[in-house]
Write a protein of this length. Structure first.
Length: 202
């Protein structure tokens, strides 16, 4: 006797919700990776999750690089704080890879440009606003948090619109510059993951 599996509408909706929740969790994880490391225990959890992603995606080079770094670095928390500062905050000649959209847009190239306002307006048009003015609205981690919020609410049309019209046009330049400027296995893998999950949604 053959058994036929038939999905009901509610089962299909449940699967779609699960997928949305999973992608939202990924966006949140990536946003956390792009914040300045503040807590050693939380940082360790982020690193372990990143290793698992590299393994699941079959990124053998990145997985091996992360494992070697974990085995040889005496203090990964301190090491990440140093590299985050060098890349995204300051360096001898200034910030190497500014995590702000406006810096990469043609005709701007500076902080708090026109793109910053566009992004803030997009947040507000969807009923969101940044809770802190510590960072401009176009900081990478804030955009990833926004994508997470849209995805959790299953607002996929708005998510796609944000990715195509705002996020990808600047992030592709950031992605290229970041991979040129760092050999650190953590930030290389994070940058690659952001590219992978945002490009997949196009």
């Amino acid at each position: 006797m053959h058994h036929t599996s038939v999905e009901t509408g509610s089962q299909q909706a449940g699967k779609e919700q699960d997928q949305s929740d999973r992608l939202g969790e990924i966006y949140t994880f990536l946003a956390e990776c792009m914040r300045y490391p503040e807590d050693a225990q939380h940082t360790t959890l982020l690193v372990e999750t990143l290793v698992a992603f590299a393994h699941d995606l079959g990124w053998e080079k990145e997985e091996e690089g992360l494992k070697v770094w974990l085995a040889t670095c005496p203090d990964i928390f301190h090491d990440l704080r140093i590299e985050y500062t060098r890349l995204f905050i300051t360096a001898a000649r200034g910030c190497l890879v500014p995590p702000y959209a406006s810096v990469y847009m043609k005709g701007e190239g500076y902080l708090n440009g026109h793109t910053t306002g566009r992004i803030r307006d997009f947040y507000r048009s969807q009923g969101f606003d940044i809770s802190s003015e510590v960072e401009p609205a176009d900081h990478l981690f804030l955009q990833l948090d926004f994508l997470a919020a849209l995805t959790h609410e299953r607002r996929h049309d708005e998510e796609e619109q944000f990715l195509l019209t705002i996020f990808r046009p600047w992030f592709t330049r950031f992605h290229s510059q970041c991979l040129q400027m760092t050999t650190h296995p953590f930030y290389r893998a994070v940058c690659m993951l952001i590219d992978f999950f945002t490009k997949e949604e196009q």
